[in-house]
Design a protein around this ligand. Structure first.
Ligand code: GUN
Length: 300
């Protein structure tokens, strides 16, 4: 079975658009997402543009703030501070990666956790790790949404995650291990320091790979009947394509698809889900802030 992230994300966005239209029919302002983009790296440009397009489709307003690649960390932190205190901003993301002279951790820590719709702030990471409500990152949330939507069994199953990044691997491993439904997996988190990786991946009922190495997961590394989430999305040169490249996942799709129970394609699998879940998080931020503002603004 192919896990059709494109279709599910379209449904989520259509649902959000209906809800937002109803909420704003009386002139109430819609949710507003701000993306900060430093430099003009091709993939980041594409991702931010896709996020802004999705905002439009949901009926949100959005702003992309572009900063020069050699902007100082201090300037970026000041900008974040002003967006934190701007009541017209509900969600705030800083597209990663940042240039090497800027400390990503300083930048993430500067974002108001209540506007951190990427779920990157230590407060939200902490909330996730102890299983209390907070913002869950778009990619891990997208994977859990696919699991839920397709009714994939997780309880008591062995999930193997390849890649320990803060954006994908680590939070996915946390989510799958939580005492929740979906969840309650036994989780193994593998990474570049794991010897004999295939020994672990072959044991996976659920395999999540977020490595960024096209074709890295071959058929002999996958248990027949496993469910495979391919988060890798790498541009490989392709002169026959209009863009000059095509996107490839971590998994040798043609060989693995026939022998697994379900798999996410690249493109069209996890990627579109991340956009839809970011939109859900932005609405969540807006609704939470709305409640606060109402409480704080009595008549007069
Ligand atoms: N770079 C790669 N993935 C992401 C993401 O989900 N959010 C941000 N801000 N940057 C990214």
């Amino acid at each position: 079975m192919i896990l059709d992230g494109r279709k599910i994300s379209e449904q989520i966005i259509a649902d959000l658009a209906v809800r937002v239209a109803a909420m704003t029919a009386d002139g109430t302002r819609p949710p507003h997402l701000v993306a900060v983009l430093v430099g003009n790296e091709g993939a980041s440009e594409t991702y931010v543009a896709a996020k802004m397009r999705a905002c439009e489709r949901c009926g949100f307003t959005s702003t992309t703030l572009r900063l020069d690649v050699d902007v100082t960390e201090e300037h970026l932190l000041q900008l974040i501070e002003s967006l934190n205190s701007d009541t017209a901003v509900d969600g705030l993301i800083v597209q990663l990666p940042l240039p090497p002279h800027i400390d990503e951790h300083h930048v993430i820590a500067a974002i108001d956790p209540d506007k951190d719709v990427d779920g990157f702030h230590p407060t939200n990471v902490g909330r996730l790790s102890i299983g209390v409500p907070g913002f869950v990152g778009a990619t891990p949330k997208g994977i859990m949404t696919l699991i839920e939507h397709y009714g994939i069994a997780t309880d008591g199953h062995h999930a193997v995650v390849v890649g320990r990044s803060n954006i994908v691997g680590r939070p996915v491993a946390t989510l799958l291990s939580l005492k929740a439904a979906p969840g309650n997996c036994t989780v193994t988190l593998c990474h570049s320091g794991t010897p004999d990786l295939a020994r672990f991946t072959r044991e996976a009922d659920i395999l999540v790979t977020a490595v960024g190495n096209p074709g890295f997961i071959t058929a002999d590394m996958v248990k027949p009947g496993a469910v495979v989430f391919d988060v890798g999305i790498t541009r490989v040169p392709d002169p026959t394509s209009r863009t000059g490249y095509r996107l490839r996942g971590d998994v040798d799709y043609d060989a693995v698809e026939p022998m697994c129970a379900a798999i996410t394609p690249v493109p069209g699998g996890v990627g579109p889900m991340t956009i839809a879940t970011l939109m859900q998080n932005t609405l969540q931020a807006y609704l939470r802030r709305g409640a606060v503002e109402c409480n704080e603004t009595p008549d007069g």
